[in-house]
Unconditional design. Sequence first.
Length: 141
Amino acid sequence: MHLCYTAAYYRGAMGILLVYDVTDESSFNNIRNWIRNIEQHASDNVNKILVGNKADMDESKRAVPTSKGQALADEYGIKFFETSAKTNMNVEEVFFSIARDIKQRLAESDNKVESQAINLNQSGQAATGSEAAQKSACCGS
């Protein structure tokens, strides 16, 4: 039953934040499982960001070094941030970053659709780019 909910949850997602607790190594180790779930259930082009939370905690309590989080993000080709929900460190930056990435991806896919458009001449036949430019004047002259 859990898998049914998982598939439905990912369907249509445009962006996913993968958040782990920097003071809990097991939460970091579970990120690979979450990425596998995303690869199975989400669209191929979904934007992802890896986020290490509780970055405000004392270094003595940290279980996952920043370098380890960055290395995992690099391995999957995704962005990486460390945040603190408690102090609001980098929280806005993460959300703005994923929003910008999604907006850019959607704009790029819109441009691809436009570039693949086919112009039709008055007889309904496909016109090449140069023919379309020549016929674009009023009344096809």
